[in-house]
Design a protein around this ligand. Structure first.
Ligand SMILES: Cc1cc2nc3c(=O)[nH]c(=O)nc-3n(C[C@H](O)[C@H](O)[C@H](O)COP(=O)(O)OP(=O)(O)OC[C@H]3O[C@@H](n4cnc5c(N)ncnc54)[C@H](O)[C@@H]3O)c2cc1C
Length: 305
């Protein structure tokens, strides 16, 4: 069986590597940074299609990933997946574009914490990035090799899978790929209900999300166009804005723990495409955790050729 080299150790690279291994391929993972230093480590990370396309493929990948994450939540606690009741505040009652990827979507009418009067409610897997990335890494048959790749031609192996996130802009010269900066603040739970997620993205310049984890809560967030691929430090003004929005919506959280920042790799369409011996697999926008298992299934199909 052909040896496959996966470039990238974020959620997309590690999930691809695990899926390819399960399909019987010998796999090596090469990455410039370890999983805990990636954008994937900074994610929320709720199952929810955000800033990503195209709709048909996203719905297919999101549904498959959701099923996989739901199974992990039942059988594999160390994978860091739990199911929350998610409520997304919306401006009108139109069915969301991602409605086909989830069963049991229900419209809630009445006052919402952040001021609206309508919301969609659904059961959503929530991933703890630190636990999940560690669990994915533990399933690899070989340790991750730390090295920067400048040209895919230089990478040995019968097939190369390019899962470099925003790094693909430099590696492939893809000018349709751009970064959307995200920042969050992690807090102690205080009185926040750890079983419920709340989000309001009606105004992207003042969005609010509250994503509980097992022992902390993620407050966010933002989606700001960003030039370049060097991560900036957390912005204290953004942190203050997130805390104020959460307070105004009535979330009585505890002490501030830390900030998280990452660059979402956004493209008009996620790229899952084979070019001779290179399979490109990047551009998952704000939905890497929402799509990774589903789109990795397409990578396996492309590897089989
Ligand atoms: C604040 C925030 C909140 C988010 N919330 C959610 C959420 O709730 N749900 C959700 O589904 N998604 C969420 N996302 C989006 C999600 O984090 C991304 O879609 C996902 O992390 C992309 O994963 P990736 O593996 O493609 O890229 P990355 O995590 O960036 O990993 C890229 C890997 O490639 C390596 N690499 C890059 N260039 C090279 C090179 N030249 N040579 C070798 N290695 C290279 C890097 O070192 C790294 O290992 C959020 C993002 C942010 C920033």
């Amino acid at each position: 069986m052909s040896e496959i080299v996966v470039i990238g150790a974020g959620v997309v690279g590690l999930t691809s590597a695990v899926a390819l291994q399960e399909a019987g391929y010998p796999v090596r993972v090469v990455a410039a940074e370890r999983p805990e230093q990636t954008t994937s480590a900074a994610a929320g990370a709720l199952w929810y299609p955000f800033e990503v396309g195209p709709p048909d493929a996203v719905n297919r990948w999101a549904r498959a990933t959701r099923e996989w994450l739901l199974q992990l939540s039942r059988n594999t606690p160390e994978a860091g997946v739990d199911v929350l009741t998610a409520r997304e505040c919306v401006a009108d009652a139109r069915r969301p574009w991602w409605a086909d990827s989830v069963d049991g979507l229900r419209l809630i009418e009445g006052p919402q914490p952040s001021g609206g009067r309508l919301a969609w409610e659904f059961e959503a897997p929530r991933v703890e990035p630190a636990l999940h990335l560690r669990w994915l890494e533990s399933r690899l048959s070989r340790p991750i090799e730390i090295a920067r790749v400048d040209r895919t031609d230089d990478v040995p192996g019968d097939l190369v899978v390019n899962c470099t996130g925003i790094g693909a802009r430099r590696l492939t010269g893809d000018t349709t790929l751009h970064a959307l900066l995200g920042q969050t603040v992690l807090v102690e739970p205080g009185e926040v209900d750890l079983g419920k997620m709340y989000g309001d993205e009606r105004d992207l310049s003042a969005m609010l999300y509250v994503i509980p984890r097992r022992t902390e809560v993620v407050l966010g967030g933002c989606a700001l166009p960003f030039d370049g691929d060097v991560l900036p430090p957390p912005d204290p003004a953004l942190r203050a804005a997130f805390l104020e929005r959460a307070r105004a919506a009535g979330f009585r959280h505890g002490r501030v723990l830390r900030d998280a920042v990452g660059l979402r790799p956004v493209r008009p369409e996620v790229r899952v495409e084979r070019e001779e011996r290179v399979i490109h697999h990047y551009g998952h926008g704000g939905a890497g955790y929402t799509l990774a298992w589903g789109s990795a299934g397409d990578v396996v199909a492309l590897a089989r050729g």
